[in-house]
Write a protein that binds this ligand. Structure first.
Ligand code: GLV
Length: 311
């Protein structure tokens, strides 16, 4: 709290432009004292931190911190902090973020479903040949992770007529989605498109690897989870072996993807710069403010992170 008794919220989102966020915050909560890292003022005045990609140990420096609010849906980076203060953490759940992810995944699934890579290859060769695409209902799409984003993508793909199956740690009941919580190898067998939207936890790190990918036959992979879900060294061999035909990668073990990395130039791989669903400040700013107001009123934060589960 500052000297005037206002709630102090520090915006500390590394690599994120603060201006659009501050515009959204100022509109919704002019009564808070908003600060932007590194201009935090007195550290003991900071009540809440809105965070992204913080350096290790960063949050520990605010002795009166009441809660942490993440601008992303995935909180793995926060939970990896080796000196994390014992305060509640909220992940981002936002209609704009979800819509962005649904659009991205739907666009890529339709791209693969309607054989666009084959037409692009034909065009490079000047070939005019019609290819028969199956109907959506004959196409099996597997979604790894049925949380807020995976669940929304799964139901949207099902509404588009695809045959959708979803794999999650705890069983989920979603309209039109065949839920599965057994071994991932069995889940993957019939999938022609695989979308990874798992949270990154010790249990899901490296879940896409030579062994699991070998259960696919010519599938397309869309990784919009985290880079560390995929054992990157196993991807090109899986493409060469025909387990995969294509991959869209939005997330990488090292971001930005280093210059000269083989993924940049492989025509079977589409690289996007962790941009599948950027959190829109216009909708997410008010979401964060509403959550802080709840907490100030003595209620639990919404979308609280379960530290044991890791998400
Ligand atoms: C982006 O990576 C997010 O976690 O929302």
């Amino acid at each position: 709290m500052d000297a005037q008794g206002k709630t102090v919220v520090l915006f500390a989102c590394f690599g994120v432009r603060p201006e659009p966020w501050l515009a959204a915050f100022d509109q919704t909560a002019p009564d808070f004292d908003w600060r932007v890292w590194p201009d935090s003022g007195a550290k003991e005045e900071v009540d809440y931190v809105v965070v992204w990609a913080q350096p290790d140990g960063f949050l520990r420096q605010f002795p009166n911190l009441r809660a942490v609010l993440c601008i992303g849906a995935g909180v793995d980076r926060i939970l990896q902090d080796s000196d994390l203060p014992d305060v509640p953490i909220a992940r981002m759940r936002d209609a704009g973020l979800t819509q962005g992810m649904v659009e991205f995944v739907l666009a890529r699934v339709l791209h693969y479903h309607r054989l666009m890579p084959a037409y692009e290859a034909q065009q490079r060769e000047g070939v005019w040949r019609q290819l028969a695409a199956p109907l959506a209902g004959e196409r099996t799409v597997g979604i790894l992770g049925l949380g807020q984003l995976g669940g929304a993508c799964a139901t949207r793909l099902a509404a588009n007529g695809f045959s959708v199956r979803g794999w999650s740690r705890t069983p989920k009941d979603l309209p039109g989605v065949a839920a599965f919580d057994g071994p991932i190898e069995v889940f993957l067998e019939p999938c022609e498109v695989v979308v990874c939207l798992l949270p990154l936890t010790p249990a899901t790190r490296g879940v896409l690897n030579a062994r699991t990918l070998s259960h696919l036959s010519g599938a397309s992979l869309i990784n919009v989870g985290r880079g560390a879900h995929l054992v990157e060294a196993d991807l090109i061999p899986a493409l060469d072996a025909g387990h995969l035909s294509n991959a869209t990668l939005d997330v990488f073990a090292t971001e930005p993807l280093p210059a000269g990395h083989p993924f940049w130039s492989d025509p079977r791989i589409t690289v996007t710069p962790h941009a599948s669903a950027l959190t829109p400040p216009g909708t997410a700013g008010p979401t964060i403010v509403a959550n802080i107001r709840r907490h100030l009123a003595g209620e639990a934060l919404l979308d609280l992170v379960d530290r044991d589960a890791g998400y």
